[in-house]
Design a protein around this ligand. Structure first.
Ligand SMILES: [Zn+2]
Ligand SMILES: [Zn+2]
Length: 246
């Protein structure tokens, strides 16, 4: 007995072939036709039920293609109409399939670790955290590089095996992503380093101004109260200026 596929009903497709026989495939449940013979206006509904899509080449024309589309092609395309192996359409579709798998796995992991996510640890100094993150990212990048190198070597030996190729695409994607993210984090750290240095320079300038003011006030012969008042005014003015600058 044949396996009933997703969305298939117990009845048969009612489409009549050129030789007068009926199609013989199972119908999409309740719709009266198989996906191949589904009338155009019911196609989207049938695709939703079955999870498969039909090639849209010449859609609505007598010459329309009725082949099943390669998963995740957009618009849906079969191997004859743009989604042949190695084509950009096929690669993009594979990318979306892999992306979908990654998303599914992420949802699983998130739900398995709900408790930890609800009670995250306290963050330390952002710069220290960022350096730690960069270290982890660099380690992850190295791990992915080792895996990709291993898979490329293995594929060279058994290049006929298509499964390895598909797996390799996922690993290469993860490796590329790790590279990009590490580069971004390192850029941020470099930028933050500059900012920290700028802050240090500003602190030094304030110290210079305050020292000069103290010397000037000492020389002015003002009493302590007036000296204090002058300091307050200067500080207020400095705050105003620094707000305008930043
Ligand atoms: Zn049919
Ligand atoms: Zn086609």
């Amino acid at each position: 007995m044949r396996v009933v596929r997703q969305g298939e009903g117990p009845l048969f497709c009612t489409f009549t072939l050129e030789d007068g026989r009926t199609c013989g495939h199972h119908e999409v449940d309740g719709l009266g036709f198989c996906l191949w013979h589904m009338p155009d206006e019911m196609l989207e509904e049938a695709e939703e039920v079955t999870g498969h899509r039909r090639c849209r080449h010449d859609f609505g024309e007598p010459s329309a293609c009725h082949q099943m589309a390669v998963t995740e092609t957009d618009p849906p395309s079969c191997k004859v109409h743009g989604a042949n192996r190695g084509s950009n359409t096929h690669k993009a579709a594979m990318g979306r399939v892999i992306e979908g798998r990654v998303q599914d796995r992420m949802v699983e992991i998130l739900s398995e670790n709900g408790e930890r996510l609800l009670n995250p640890r306290q963050l330390g100094n952002p710069l220290v955290e960022l350096l730690q993150l960069a270290a982890e990212m660099a380690e992850w990048k190295d791990i992915m590089r080792t895996i990709v190198v291993y898979l490329v070597d293995r594929q060279r030996i058994r290049s006929a095996h298509s499964k390895v190729g598909e797996q390799l695409r996922a690993e290469v994607l993860l490796y590329e992503r790790a590279l990009e993210r590490l580069a971004k984090i390192l850029q941020d750290i470099a930028r933050l380093g500059i900012e920290a240095k700028l802050a240090a320079i500003e602190d030094r300038q304030v110290l210079v101004i305050e020292t000069a003011l103290a010397a000037a006030l000492n020389a002015s012969g003002l009493d302590i109260v007036d000296q204090q008042r002058a300091r307050v005014v200067l500080r207020r003015e400095l705050v105003k200026v620094s707000k305008k600058v930043s």
